[in-house]
Design a protein around this ligand. Structure first.
Ligand code: HEM
Length: 451
């Protein structure tokens, strides 16, 4: 890891210096409020039989959350849980995501004084993850609108279409490297993780030769999307975040001195009234980079496992590649790479017949909404020809609808089609291992035989 250009103890311009001595206290405060306390609370809830507690704590449920979603569905479209109201309903999730009575921000002023103090103490740019402000993922308008407008040009349908040759070339060159292998190959390490990171690095203009670092950092940091991490995993995630911020700081310095034509160069050189603060810049680029590869890897891995288990559908797609668009939608629906999100109710409202006072945190189980029988007939069945698969909420909805959805779809279609053309006899050849994550769902390793 190169950290020569990093200034880990130096606060960003405009912020007070951060004494290194305080770092352990900051880490302890951050861990306690974000993970330690939630872990104790959720574990107790899980022991009492709370279904959402089990969803977030029980390793068996992590392997296969779908039966638990059905138990929750029986309790109504909005069910009470240890985490507050939770919904498995496609209609309710869609309504909340689009509602102007729900936002992504947290009202810190409503927290008890000790928690507020710990949040303030633990606040440090270099340890900030993508699910913390000012990441656009957790920022409401008008700031959200400002951030999104600055980057959306790079993700328009036209821009995405223009990346197709690059995505195809990247997929082909990765598969060229695998072509000679007769042994069992980990398809995640060799392909599913590599394609998205190379594509997003190319689009953002960050050096692709750092991809192994990005993958390592991303894998550790992705855990911070889940509440209640054990201390060891949290510390690993924080180290990864610090390394990522240090890389970004050096990269921004280089681009300020010698800007190119890429998106990040534009972001670091925005004129006065549009300029992003150092924090905003870090949050925006970290999110684009992280969201760009930590999710699509799951789409590709989940797709290969599902298609391997439904070999007739694999063969039908080989015979008629026009079906790949629909197949990718069905994978996103049936085994969604992002399983859940949440919103805070910003004014008293009613949803699914349940009164939700201002300040309520609602959990939306996207993976369950995507198997809602009110929308998808026989929802547990995997069927790449399903007509309405695209109605899934795998990319969320409303103003936070995934900025990279078009790119992810392109990588899914090109990545899977190229893979199955090159290795038509590819088979899962061992037990795939799930990532130990709740919000994201995908495989850590996926052993395959290529021929
Ligand atoms: C299969 C792949 C992907 C899935 C399933 C996915 C899913 C999602 C979801 C569910 C959200 C919204 C979460 C919420 O509403 O709380 C989101 C937001 C976002 N995604 Fe994706 N994503 C994928 C790929 C990508 C890619 C390739 C990029 C490329 C940059 C990307 C960039 C973003 C960004 C920037 C946001 C924040 C948008 C906002 O807050 O306005 N995603 N994604």
């Amino acid at each position: 890891m190169t950290t020569t250009s990093a200034r880990p103890n130096q606060a960003p311009p405009g912020e007070p210096p951060r004494p290194r001595l305080l770092r352990p206290a900051r880490t302890a405060a951050r861990y306690a409020v974000r993970h330690g306390l939630p872990a104790v609370y959720l574990s107790r809830a899980a022991r009492r039989g709370d279904l959402v507690g089990r969803l977030l704590r029980d390793p068996a449920v992590r392997e296969d959350p779908y039966p638990l979603y059905e138990q929750l569905r029986e309790r109504g479209t909005v069910a009470p849980s240890a985490l507050g109201p939770v919904s498995t309903s496609h209609a309710v999730a869609g309504e909340v995501l689009r509602s102007d009575a729900a936002g992504v921000g947290w009202d810190r002023s409503a927290a008890p004084p000790l928690i507020r103090w710990a949040l303030r103490l633990g606040d440090e740019l270099d340890a900030t993850g993508v699910a913390e402000p000012p990441s656009m993922l957790v920022t409401d308008p008008p700031d959200h609108t400002r951030f999104r407008r600055l980057v959306s040009r790079a993700f328009t349908p036209r821009a995405t279409l223009a990346s197709e040759p690059m995505v195809r070339r990247t997929a082909e060159s990765l598969l060229d490297r695998l072509a000679g292998r007769d042994d069992v190959v980990d398809l995640v390490a060799g392909y599913a993780a590599q394609l998205p990171v190379l594509v997003i690095a190319d689009l953002l203009g960050v050096p692709t030769d750092r991809r192994e670092d990005f993958l390592r950092w991303g894998a550790a940091a992705a855990a911070t999307l889940d509440a209640g991490l054990p201390l060891g995993r949290y510390l690993a995630a924080e180290r990864a975040l610090r390394a990522m911020h240090a890389f970004l700081r050096g990269h921004f310095d280089r681009l300020r001195a010698d800007p190119g034509e890429d998106l990040v160069s534009r972001l670091v050189t925005l004129p006065g009234d549009e300029a992003l603060t150092e924090r905003e810049l870090h949050a925006t680029v970290m999110l684009l980079l992280g969201a760009g590869f930590e999710t699509t890897v799951n789409l590709l891995g989940n797709a290969v496992v599902l298609l391997d288990a439904h070999r007739d559908q694999w063969d039908a797609l080989r015979a008629d590649p026009a079906g790949w668009d629909g197949a990718v939608e069905e994978v996103l629906r049936a085994d969604s790479p992002v399983q859940l999100t949440g919103r805070t109710i910003t004014r008293d409202t009613e949803l699914g017949g349940v009164a939700l006072p201002r300040g309520t945190r609602v959990t939306l189980l996207l993976g369950a909404a995507n198997r809602d029988p009110a929308v998808f007939a026989d929802p547990a069945r995997f069927d790449v020809t399903r007509r309405n698969a695209r109605e899934h909420l795998a990319f969320s909805g409303g103003v936070h609808y995934c900025l990279g959805a078009g790119l992810a779809r392109l990588e899914g279609v090109v990545g899977l089609r190229t893979l199955t053309e090159r290795f038509p006899r590819l088979r899962v050849a061992g037990a795939p291992v799930r990532r130990d994550l709740r919000t994201l769902r995908g495989f850590a390793t996926l052993p395959v035989a290529l021929r």
